[in-house]
Design a protein around this ligand. Structure first.
Ligand code: T4K
Length: 379
């Protein structure tokens, strides 16, 4: 097949938000205006919450105004011992370790696996100390963590488990919603996510006794007009966000299908280029089609950074998610690392991964250009 390279007149981004028809959204916004009910667990909010519980196949789900606040609340709700340590991945978005730190806890970075890029379970075990209270796994790009092994470790060492599933909306493992593993799971509904409500997120969990605690923390710890019994926060999703979410819920399955066909086009072409590795989903899990990461290996003639710049010249704005590692941030240091953990896989992959433009309306001619550029520089 011939791949024509043609510079786009406009920047081609890594993603574009899923949006309903403007007329449909306008109708919803008008109804909200007329109702004069804008936030604080309104009708739209409650409907979306109910629908998500079904879609995510989880016993309980509670909405949040964004994923970060949701994750902060998840850690708070588990009542982890003060100043204890939470083992997490350094190969993630800043929000993951920051939520640990905002709770007065210490993130400790474990290495990741070379294949799935999720937290390495052997490295988790090496990072455990008497101060460890929890594991915060990240289903990075929607690839599921080794949930069974992590549960076993948690059981053996009496640790809580939280999952950051910001990238894993609607992913299932052996037919089970990914949000049913561990104590609590966080999903993000940010504009850049497969399913979005502009900003937004939710927490899912199995333990019914957490419903009251998390609802309470989400609303400043207010129990009643005259009683505040916890140091809560404002985690409430407003009605405009929820209305957009409800409209997008009708669209995300179709969006997934479109992304699946783009994934096929990319993968077919890249599998013939030496030095380009495509990480694959395990066979017992379904994909969220959130990102399309490729690994530029040492035997590809140019480096990831050089390829990133070449693509940029053609207006193709790929992203180096997740470079730098969170362990490289100025706000984290030696105390966030265990002595012998070199984070070798994470340090290698941070210089090799490139996330390519990946969204339903991505034009075929642009996909051809991207593939063409990869082929051009492979020779
Ligand atoms: N945990 C993980 C593992 C996460 O990845 C995230 C968020 C969180 C936790 C926290 O969840 P939230 O609190 O956000 O719900 C973006 C997103 O802002 C962030 O939500 C996401 N992860 C992260 C991976 O990506 P940036 O800094 O890359 O965003 P930005 O503005 O560069 O957007 C990327 C591209 O998307 C743009 O080049 C163009 C396109 N775009 C973006 C926006 C905002 C649009 O076309 N329209 C838009 O409205 O962080």
């Amino acid at each position: 097949m011939k791949y024509n390279i043609k510079k786009s007149n406009v920047p081609i981004y890594v993603t574009r938000p899923l949006l309903p028809k403007i007329e449909d959204f306008e109708k919803e916004v008008r109804a909200i205006f007329h109702s004069q009910w804008l936030t604080n667990m309104g009708k739209k909010h409650n409907t979306l919450e109910k629908k998500l519980t079904k879609i995510l196949k989880t016993p309980h789900s509670l909405l949040f105004n964004n994923g970060t606040i949701g994750l902060m609340v998840a850690l708070k709700a588990l009542n982890l011992p003060e100043k204890s340590e939470v083992i997490t991945s350094p190969f993630t978005f800043a929000a993951t370790p920051h939520c640990i730190s905002w709770n007065g806890l210490t993130p400790v970075f474990a290495d990741i696996e070379a294949d799935t890029m999720t937290i390495d379970t052997a490295s988790i075990v090496r990072c455990i100390t008497p101060k460890t209270s929890a594991i915060l796994g990240v289903h990075i790009y929607g690839f599921p963590c080794h949930v069974d092994q992590i549960s076993r470790i948690a059981f053996d060492y009496n640790l809580k488990v939280v999952y950051d599933a910001a990238h894993a909306f609607s992913t299932e493992i052996d037919g089970k919603g990914i949000g049913t593993f561990g104590n609590i799971t966080m999903f993000s509904f940010h504009a850049t996510k497969l399913f979005n409500s502009i900003e937004g997120g939710c927490l899912t969990f199995n333990d019914a006794s957490l419903v009251k605690t998390i609802r309470n923390l989400r609303n400043f710890g207010i129990q009643s007009e005259e009683m505040v019994d916890e140091v809560g926060i404002n985690g409430k999703m407003n009605e405009i966000q929820a209305a957009l979410g409800l409209l997008n819920l009708k669209k995300f399955e179709k969006e997934k299908k479109k992304r699946a066909s783009i994934k096929n086009m990319y993968t077919q072409a890249f599998s013939e280029i030496s030095g380009i590795r495509i990480p694959e989903m395990p066979s017992n899990a379904t994909s969220s089609y959130q990102y399309y990461p490729v690994i530029i290996e040492d035997n590809y003639p140019i480096s990831r950074d050089e390829l990133y710049l070449k693509l940029k010249k053609y207006n193709i704005m790929t992203r180096k998610y997740f470079y730098p590692l969170c362990s490289d941030y100025a706000c984290y240091g030696e105390h966030n690392l265990r002595n012998n953990e070199k984070l070798s896989n994470a340090n290698k992959l941070k210089n090799q991964v490139l996330c390519l433009p990946f969204y339903g309306d991505l034009e075929k001619s642009v996909i051809n250009t991207i593939i063409g550029i990869f082929i051009k520089f492979s020779q």
